[in-house]
Write a protein that binds this ligand. Structure first.
Ligand SMILES: *[C@@H]1O[C@H](CO)[C@@H](O)[C@H](O)[C@H]1NC(C)=O
Length: 198
């Protein structure tokens, strides 16, 4: 299996934009890996989604996604879902935070909001959006995707080569603010190499 994906990085300043091509070599053939050293009650991506009907193919120009995913996380329909996504860089033996992090304190309110950073990579390609919009990540909800290329194009000022990790964490809270007994944690780990460009 090809574990390499090309990324287009646009370095934009006020006066001009330069484009560079990077190659991301994913560390895990399943794309997503479980978080290391988690506390009891932490589930990996398979505790969040049933991915058995979701097809992902790594192509040179991106990750092609099709099929559908069904949420299976055991939460209650009115729960508040907090999602944290962080980009980490492996620097001198430790994972260090970078400029990039997203915190959705109430994911259900913004899950299908086109201004959110996950929209072009995920919920923007849900075909049955009318049916699932109000269902958030309630167990049994099936998102049906159009076939799309998760061709990652990034706008940024600077980036360095090396080992990166996108770290995803989800927590659910009942109406009193008490956290549910399980949370979700998974990572995407890959090595970034510059191929051409600036
Ligand atoms: C879900 O995906 C599978 C695999 O691609 C497909 O066979 C099935 O028809 C899909 N179900 C729906 C409801 O789209």
């Amino acid at each position: 299996m090809n574990l390499k994906v090309f990324l287009v990085v646009i370095f934009a300043t006020l006066s001009h934009a330069k484009v560079a091509l990077y190659e991301l070599a994913l560390s895990d053939e399943n794309i997503f890996s479980a978080c290391p050293d988690t506390a009891p009650g932490t589930l990996d991506i398979h505790g969040f989604f049933d991915l058995s009907e979701c097809l992902t193919t790594l192509e040179e120009d991106g990750i092609i996604i099709s099929g559908n995913t069904t949420f299976i996380w055991d939460i209650q329909p009115q729960d508040r879902i907090k999602m944290v996504v962080k980009l980490l860089y492996f620097d001198r033996g430790t994972w260090s935070p970078t400029f990039f992090s997203v915190i959705a304190h109430d994911l259900c309110k913004s899950m299908y909001d086109s201004r959110q950073p996950w929209y072009p990579f995920w919920t923007g390609h849900v075909k049955n959006v009318e049916d699932v919009m109000d269902k958030c990540v309630n167990p049994g909800t099936k998102l049906i995707y159009e076939t799309y290329n998760m061709s990652p194009t990034f706008n940024m000022k600077t980036i360095r080569e090396g080992l990166y990790k996108v770290h995803y964490n989800l927590h659910a809270f009942d109406s009193d603010g008490t956290e549910r007994p399980t949370n979700i944690c998974f990572d995407v780990v890959g090595n970034l190499l510059k191929k051409s460009g600036v």
